[in-house]
Write a protein that binds this ligand. Structure first.
Ligand SMILES: NC(=O)c1ccc[n+]([C@@H]2O[C@H](COP(=O)([O-])OP(=O)(O)OC[C@H]3O[C@@H](n4cnc5c(N)ncnc54)[C@H](O)[C@@H]3O)[C@@H](O)[C@H]2O)c1
Length: 253
């Protein structure tokens, strides 16, 4: 049995995961951590700190919260020598360095998007870039609900990073053209962000060439796709021991 500590338990994703976990018999959410009270009963206690005896039985952490939770999550995971699945987005470079440092001691699974579909389009977009760059300009358009804190989305950045693996080192990601008065150079990947309503997550990668445009897109209709991905990763990481290091959806798939 996989015993999960859910960080960000009172949030949108936390609530979805609490519901998904009830339908599974291979895992259990032992407790949650959050800085606010859940709006509804989740079926497990939600604490504001890690000083509780029952957390000794936790064998993996799933985090859908905020980069501010990172220090607490990593301290607890390294102290207990348990793996952690980081699904929050918007980590600074300094926070990313902390994550890689922790991965020297514990398994750290990180993906800005836990859905199988998004990870598939990342691979397709990388392949398309190999074929179409530099003749086609690459632009990513993402749309999310009006409560999302970070822009561009972590998924859009992840898609740009995957595409860049196929391109020369001088290709840059551009998220704001408002101060630029110049024609678009070839060696850019542009990202544009839309925020509104209750949009769960839309990502479209455009390869705009002379007289034709190739589009690869993904639409999320429910947060369950991220929750199921995270729970599957939790079971995968705990079913057999994994060496310390960084893991991603590529390893799981
Ligand atoms: N990787 C993925 O597939 C994926 C998918 C969806 C959302 N996300 C990311 O997951 C995060 C949460 O998304 P959400 O829509 O549930 O947001 P949300 O705002 O609804 O929930 C976040 C929760 O984290 C809590 N929180 C904030 N700071 C905290 C701290 N220091 N310690 C503990 N808890 C804290 C908040 O109180 C809130 O309950 C965001 O970063 C979002 O971008 C990732």
């Amino acid at each position: 049995m996989t015993n999960i500590l859910l960080v960000g338990a009172a949030g949108r994703m936390g609530t979805v995961i609490a519901g998904l976990a009830k339908e599974r018999d291979d895992l259990k959410i032992l407790a949650g951590i959050d800085v606010t009270e859940p709006k509804e009963a989740l079926g497990f206690p939600v604490y504001t700190d890690y000083a509780h005896d029952e957390l000794n039985d936790v064998n993996v952490i799933v985090d859908f919260s905020n980069p501010k939770a990172l220090d607490g999550v990593l301290t607890f995971a390294m102290d207990k020598k348990i793996p952690v699945i980081l699904c929050s987005t918007g980590y600074s470079e300094a926070e990313q360095a902390k994550i890689h440092e922790a991965a020297k001691e514990i398994p750290v699974f990180f993906s800005a998007n836990m859905s199988i579909g998004v990870n598939l389009i990342a691979a397709l977009a990388k392949k398309a870039a190999e074929v179409l760059y530099p003749g086609f300009n690459i632009e990513i358009v993402e749309a999310h609900h009006n409560q999302k804190l970070d822009a561009p989305s972590g998924t859009a950045v992840m898609l740009a990073d995957r595409i860049k693996e196929a391109l020369p080192d001088d290709v840059e990601t551009v998220t704001d053209r408002s101060a630029i008065r110049a024609a678009r150079p070839e060696n850019q990947i542009g990202i544009a962000s839309v925020r509104g309503g209750s949009i769960v997550g839309e990502h479209e990668i455009l390869f705009a060439g002379p007289d034709e445009v190739v589009k690869i897109s993904h639409s999320a209709y429910s947060r369950k796709i991220f929750g199921n991905g995270a729970l599957n990763a939790a079971v995968w990481l705990t079913k057999k021991p994994h060496a310390p290091g960084m893991y991603s959806m590529d390893d799981l798939l």
